[in-house]
Design a protein around this ligand. Structure first.
Ligand code: PA5
Length: 334
């Protein structure tokens, strides 16, 4: 078994490991902040929910969509662009999520939505967004955005429930306790996964209702580990991508996130796809623990976060370093 102690000392310069270990406490605090926050929403019937954010902040919109779309009374639309969709207006509950509060795509859409009189709730730690928005849920400052996922996503879920847009109660109370219990197991699973994926191009598959998990793992592999990967969801990938599998593709390693809430049809799809790729490449199955959709999703996210962290160390990279993103932001600010 790889001894990570020296690698942690050498490469994890901002102590990302401590932030990973405190994720359950972060979720506990995020739920408290979201429940306590004095929301100033006009009493009206919303016709849709709009969620805007980019990168480590934007993933929160996809999480909300995964977890709420089958129990929400109105459609949820996630946006990661400068352009604000035409439907956003007075009957929209609009969320703008930016950890720094200075992300230009998010600020551009925020200004347009405000002009169209949407009901706006922001989640941010600082910056222009926190200054401009009356309804801003403020979260702790000064960390890499992607390590603040509990703060960035849970307040959105709670706010949708508080706006009475859900058909059944949101079951999130047990989430922090569940994550505390599973933390060390998830870290062990993440280390094992890191070993499987080291030196490979990971190809990540999850069911459509766990899309945010596959996307999050892909983005964490890029930002933390400095690795390129590919992700997709079933059933969609069964209608195109499986034809493109090449024989003896040794550089790829497939990861299947599996869950006990899969239907019979989905189980057959996973089994078929796994068999197809296992002839040619390595493949790993990760079974998601948890009683609720939210527990299973965040459990998978924890495993992926730990795997990306340990892969960063194996790749001799500081997991907090995002050189290319910073260089681009600097170029755009000139
Ligand atoms: O992880 C990161 O640092 C990025 O993905 C950022 O989250 C992204 O660039 C958007 O910035 P912010 O989260 O401050 O809106």
């Amino acid at each position: 078994m790889q001894n990570y102690k020296a690698l942690i000392e050498r490469y994890d310069k901002s102590n990302m490991l401590a932030l990973l270990h405190s994720f359950p406490e972060q979720c506990e605090l995020a739920l408290e902040i979201a429940l306590r926050y004095p929301l100033h929403l006009k009493k009206k019937t919303y016709e849709n929910i709009f969620i805007q954010g980019m990168g480590g902040s934007g993933i929160s919109g996809v999480i909300v969509k995964d977890l709420l779309q089958n129990m929400c009374k109105v459609p949820i639309v996630v946006n990661n662009d400068y352009a604000l969709p035409e439907f956003v207006g007075e009957k929209t509950l609009a969320f703008f999520v930016s950890y720094s509060g200075n992300t230009e795509e998010t600020l551009t859409c925020f200004r347009k939505a405000r002009a169209r009189k949407a009901s706006i709730v922001c989640v941010s730690s600082d910056g222009k967004l926190a200054k401009m928005c009356r309804n801003c849920i403020r979260i702790p400052q000064g960390k890499p955005p992607r390590t603040m996922l509990g703060f960035l996503s849970l307040p959105l879920l709670v706010t949708v429930a508080r706006a009475q847009l859900l058909k059944k109660p949101l079951a999130l109370n047990s989430l922090p306790r569940f994550l505390k219990r599973e933390l060390s197991g998830a870290e062990r699973a993440g280390k094992k996964l890191a070993k499987n994926l080291y030196g490979k191009i990971p190809v990540i598959y999850a069911a459509n209702s766990y899309q945010s998990l596959a996307l999050r793992f892909h983005t964490q592999l890029a930002e933390n580990s400095g690795m390129f990967s590919h992700w997709n969801v079933l059933p969609e990938a069964n209608h195109n991508e499986i034809v493109g599998f090449k024989p003896k593709e040794k550089s790829l390693a497939f990861v299947f996130f599996r869950s006990k809430d899969e239907t019979d049809r989905m189980q057959k799809r996973f089994e078929f796809t796994k068999k197809l790729v296992s002839k040619r490449s390595e493949s790993v199955e990760i079974w998601l623990k948890g009683k609720t959709h939210a527990e299973r999703l965040f459990y998978g996210i924890l495993i992926g976060d730990f795997a990306s962290y340990y892969l960063a160390l194996l790749n001799r990279k500081d997991p907090s370093d995002i050189k290319n993103i910073n260089a681009l932001k600097k170029t755009l600010s000139r």
